[in-house]
Design a binder for this molecule. Structure first.
Ligand SMILES: *[C@@H]1O[C@H](CO)[C@@H](O)[C@H](O)[C@H]1NC(C)=O
Ligand SMILES: *[C@@H]1O[C@H](CO)[C@@H](O)[C@H](O)[C@H]1NC(C)=O
Ligand SMILES: *[C@@H]1O[C@H](CO)[C@@H](O)[C@H](O)[C@H]1NC(C)=O
Ligand SMILES: *[C@@H]1O[C@H](CO)[C@@H](O)[C@H](O)[C@H]1NC(C)=O
Ligand SMILES: *[C@@H]1O[C@H](CO)[C@@H](O)[C@H](O)[C@H]1NC(C)=O
Ligand SMILES: *[C@@H]1O[C@H](CO)[C@@H](O)[C@H](O)[C@H]1NC(C)=O
Length: 435
């Protein structure tokens, strides 16, 4: 079966799953989106400096990029899903699994498809601070038979029949992380009043997260565009739309992740660019970066085919080479302040902060949409008063990544139905306070 047929089949069968709850969440809903390094996060470590946090974040980003890269460069016959990682990500949501519901923090990832948690009886699990999910304690748990259509939503060579005809899956990632287990159905709720009674997710019996040994992650919630992701499972009931407005990372509040009608962003400042999904890696949100204006100078990428990926789990913005070099040269010239010599890895341009710096207007040109970035989308200020450019070169040929620092104080709407990505410059703190 070719990828497209697989995709269409997947959409049809997901539709039948999500229709059950459609009426109840028509108006949409929203949940807290917690930055892993913020005070509300179970990962919060008040003794870490901004630089420590960034170093960790970048470690996460670059191991993630390695996986994305393997995936983007892999040929179509290999199963792409096996390489994208549920990496540590930067954002968490609270989910409640089973009946009675058990609260957990899971990593949300716009670059992943399958959601999964570590499950009992675990054969080989990475350390986790909270008890494992035990399906036999949940009255709403059901198996997925291996001959069901649901089981075929998993990539072709990554599912098989177990001893009791259950649907077994395996995902192996580029950095030697993996999850192997059973596809199951149980209710997942997001706190207050929104429940997906028949959520499909992976119950992992053999898992490893090589990049994180903190004991905190229990699993992943996939917000990618693929057939198994939360977005596809909610499907038409949320109009295949979600949005967020990321707060500055030193904020004491949580950002909101919105679904359905609540996710629609409105107003004169909204601009949209088409999503250019590639059927061979249809769960990544790809669009096109034509160029960047820095002050008076506009640089072109010369690309039209979807050279950029938007990702909630990458901190810095990554630009394809050699475009990055031109961007850096132009930025240094325009700012006109020389870089310090010992620029902390992985950054490329840092200088001492001074209040009278004149930042150039920086505009990202997407197909059909321009967005103007603020200095805080481009630069990070460290404790030692060093101001550093939050843009670094990408190590994937021809692919740039719009990271989450660049997205702060923008409403960002992912509309799979309309096949577009929309942005509106906003004060996310004010939006939280109003709603
Ligand atoms: C839950 O219900 C309350 C009031 O009934 C409402 O204000 C809130 O928006 C709902 N929460 C969600 C997540 O829909
Ligand atoms: C889709 O991705 C594959 C593999 O990365 C690439 O060869 C192909 O050119 C892409 N197709 C489009 C339309 O961009
Ligand atoms: C539930 O499963 C656990 C192992 O995951 C097992 O130890 C326990 O005995 C089971 N409980 C029941 C009631 O079957
Ligand atoms: C899991 O990852 C850790 C950290 O990289 C590694 O030391 C360990 O050997 C891995 N375990 C398995 C079973 O692969
Ligand atoms: C984006 O900016 C470019 C260069 O200034 C301009 O030519 C183009 O019309 C703008 N596009 C939109 C949709 O505003
Ligand atoms: C956003 O609004 C808050 C509260 O009204 C204010 O403190 C903050 O400075 C504003 N942020 C920006 C970037 O304008």
């Amino acid at each position: 079966m070719n990828t497209l047929e697989f995709f269409i089949l997947a959409l049809c069968s997901v539709f039948s799953i999500s229709i059950i709850e459609a009426s109840k969440i028509e108006s949409g809903f929203s949940i807290d989106l917690i930055h892993r390094d913020s005070a509300m996060s179970p990962y919060y470590n008040p003794s870490m400096s901004t630089l420590d946090l960034l170093r960790n974040a970048d470690l996460r980003s670059s191991s993630r990029l390695k996986r994305v890269s393997l995936y983007l460069l892999s040929n179509e016959n290999e199963s792409p899903e096996s390489i994208i990682i549920p990496n540590n990500g930067d954002f968490l949501i609270r989910i409640y699994i089973g009946t009675p519901p058990v609260e957990r923090f899971a990593i949300v990832d716009t670059g992943s498809d399958l959601s999964w948690v570590q499950c009992s009886p675990c054969e080989s699990c990475f350390p986790q601070d909270t008890p494992l999910y035990e399906s036999n304690k949940s009255s709403t748990f059901t198996n997925v038979p291996c001959d069901s259509q649901s089981c075929t939503l998993l990539p072709t060579n990554q599912h098989t029949c177990g001893k009791s005809e259950e649907c077994l899956y395996s995902y192996f990632y580029g950095d030697k992380s993996f999850t192997v287990g059973e596809l199951v159905v149980d209710s997942i709720s997001f706190g207050s009043n929104v429940t997906i009674p028949k959520s499909m997710f992976g119950c992992g019996y053999y898992n490893n997260f090589t990049a994180d040994t903190s004991g905190k992650p229990v699993g992943i919630v996939g917000l990618g565009a693929g057939p198994l992701s939360l977005i596809s499972q909610l499907g038409d009931s949320i109009g295949r739309k979600f949005s967020y407005c990321l707060l500055p990372f030193n904020s004491k509040s949580a950002s909101k992740l919105k679904f359905g009608n609540q996710a629609i962003i409105k107003g004169d400042s909204v601009v949209s660019t088409p999503l250019l999904m590639n059927s061979s890696h249809h769960f990544l949100y790809q669009f096109n970066l034509q160029g960047i204006t820095i002050g008076q100078n506009t640089l072109q990428t010369g690309r039209t085919d979807g050279n950029m990926v938007i990702d909630s789990g990458t901190t810095l913005t990554l630009l394809e080479q050699p475009f990055f070099d031109n961007f850096l040269t132009s930025m240094k010239l325009t700012i006109g302040i020389e870089s310090v010599e010992d620029v902390p890895n992985p950054l490329h341009y840092c200088f001492p902060f001074q209040p009278d710096i004149e930042f150039p207007d920086t505009i990202l040109h997407f197909n059909g949409a321009n967005i103007t970035l603020n200095p805080f989308n481009m630069f990070i200020l460290f404790e030692n008063n060093l101001l550093c450019l939050a843009v670094v070169p990408s190590n994937i040929q021809g692919i740039s990544v719009l990271g989450n620092v660049a997205q702060v104080n923008f409403q960002v709407e992912y509309d799979l139905e309309g096949e577009k990505l929309s942005f509106a410059a906003s004060n996310c703190t004010d939006i939280i306070n109003i709603s």
